[in-house]
Design a protein around this ligand. Structure first.
Ligand code: ZN
Length: 242
């Protein structure tokens, strides 16, 4: 039996990550993949990075991972993003920043592909909001199934006969003659109005994709954000799922 838990956008939320790992284990997952943005926004970048790194699982780079590992100016960012990024950079030593820097943008984890944003221009960090945005991705998608994150909103985009359709998250079995670009949502900062951590499981034996939401100790995550001196809006948005 092989079951892979697919996690994205952990964003330094250790309580959400721990709850998701426990849930995945209870559901029989024996593999994990990480779709990027391990750090950024919340207060546990070191613990989350070290945990994912210790798993030695397939992991790819998100835009926040890239920004945290770089020394570029934050002058063009809004004040909340800038102060959160500068705080995150200060927590990460050279070794951890180098680990982030070395992450690849796209990986094949047969029988599927993983990318943080899109396959057509993975280094441009485009947001796939609707089926029209998703169209250009499918020309670059070799596997029937590709998992992504980045918008923090779980969703299914399906391509068949030159047409793209989108579906709300629901468990499904990928069909032979279709391609699927699946957003697994966010572990550490969901934005679909549901505060619970989001992730997907792929069951290799039954060829089934399932979506899962997990409650976690959000009060502790919020307290850590405030204690760290991070912008309080980052704590507020967690409980609203925005
Ligand atoms: Zn993100």
């Amino acid at each position: 039996m092989t079951r892979t838990a697919i996690l994205s956008d952990i964003h330094a939320n250790l309580e959400a990550l721990t709850a998701v790992i426990n849930d995945a284990e209870a559901r029989g997952c024996n593999k994990i993949v990480c779709l990027g943005d391990v750090v950024g926004y919340n207060a546990d970048p070191v613990a989350c990075l070290d945990f994912i790194r210790s798993l030695g699982c397939p992991a790819i780079k998100g835009n926040h991972d890239e920004e945290a590992a770089s020394d570029e100016s934050t002058l063009m960012m809004n004040p909340v993003a800038s102060s959160a990024l500068l705080w995150t950079r200060a927590q990460l030593d050279d070794d951890r920043r180098e680990w982030l820097r070395r992450l690849r943008l796209v990986r094949s984890v047969s029988p599927f592909t993983i990318v943080h944003s899109t396959l057509d221009q993975p280094n441009r960090w485009h947001y796939i909001i609707n089926k029209y945005d998703a169209l250009s991705n499918f020309g670059f998608q070799l596997h029937r199934l590709c998992f992504h994150g980045h918008t923090h909103i779980p969703k299914i985009f399906c391509y068949q006969g030159m047409q793209t359709t989108e579906f709300e998250p629901a468990d499904f079995v990928p069909m032979e003659d279709q391609k699927y670009f699946v957003n697994v949502g966010s572990v550490g900062q969901p934005r679909d109005g549901d505060w619970r951590a989001s992730y997907c499981i792929y069951d290799h034996d039954t060829n089934t994709v399932s979506f899962h939401r997990v409650e976690y100790d959000i009060a502790t995550t919020q307290r850590k954000i405030i204690d760290a001196g991070l912008p309080s809006i980052l704590a507020d948005r967690l409980e609203r799922g925005l």
